[in-house]
Each structure stands twice: as C-alpha cells, then as structure tokens.
Design a protein. Structure first.
Length: 166
C-alpha cells in the first residue's frame, strides 16, 4: 500500500468522526462539555508530542539520507520510543480523531472515534505489520515478540526523549 493510500485512510478516519457529529446531533453540556474539551486538548497535545518524538527518532536512526524522499524508513530501528511500542506514529494518528471528537463535545463523534481507534488497530495489524515483516524479515518478527503494538505507559514520552537527548 503506497503512502497516499495510507494518508487517505487516516483522513477518512478523521472524516468519520467529524461526520458523525453532523449526522447525529448530540452535544454534551454542562460540566461534561468542559471535561470533554479538556480531554480533547490533552489528547491532541499528547498526539502531537508522540508524533514529533516518533518522527525525530526515525529521522535520527531509521533514515540513511539527510533528506529522505519518502516517509518510509529505509533502516529498521528499535531505539527510543520504538523500544517501548512498535507504532508510535500510528498511535498519534489514531488519537487525533479521538481528540477532535472530544474537543467537538459530540457524543456521536466520541462513539465514532472508538470505531476509528479500532479500525486503526486493524490497519496496523493487517496492513502495516505484514509490510514490515516483508521488509525487515526475522529482525522484525523478533521485535514483535518483545515490543507491544501500542503502549500507554505514563512515563512513555519521558523515556522516549532520553534517547533523543543523547
């Protein structure tokens, strides 16, 4: 699957969540509105931080060229954030629609974002993982056995930043 198809997948995921809020109007109110917006902002910030750390880690350890022609890494890495989870960039992308749903304070969008998250996991397991196994072989299979797809460890960002500071 090429990069444009993958980008299209993530955009469709975001459209599903935003579209759900327009199809079924179900705005939160009162304290739930405030809580929803705060959760959305925190998830959005976490997602951006996660994507940034993952991108910097790939740039430093997985791209052989200074200015790669592709987003795809041409070297396998299990350093930094990739020692904690296999797909940090995908988790960041999967959390974006969830954060938008919470910031929109729409119950239907929040429910749709759950489906979006499930579809992201399916995408990773059935598209990304087989491609990575094909590209990196047994090294990646061993990596699958050691490192989870996603991690929600509280110290995740702090641990990942340690490697980048070295």
């Amino acid at each position: 699957m090429n990069a444009y198809m993958k980008l299209g997948y993530w955009l469709c995921s975001l459209c599903l969540v935003v579209g759900a809020s327009f199809v079924i109007s179900s705005k939160l109110s009162g304290i739930w509105l405030t809580i929803s917006i705060i959760i959305g902002i925190l998830l959005f910030a976490y997602s951006i931080a996660l994507a940034s750390i993952a991108g910097k880690t790939l740039k430093r350890y997985a791209h052989l060229e200074d200015k790669p022609k592709s987003f795809e890494p041409n070297k396998f890495t299990s350093l930094g954030i990739y020692s904690i989870m296999r797909h940090p960039m995908h988790l960041a992308l999967a959390l974006l629609p969830v954060s938008v749903a919470f910031m929109m304070s729409s119950l239907s969008a929040i429910l749709a974002s759950g489906w979006s998250l499930a579809m992201a996991l399916i995408f990773i397991l059935f598209v990304e993982e087989p491609e990575a196994i094909k590209k990196y072989g047994t090294e990646y299979v061993d990596y699958i056995l050691r490192v989870p797809v996603w991690s929600f460890k509280p110290s995740l960002l702090q641990d990942a930043l340690k490697v980048l500071k070295e």
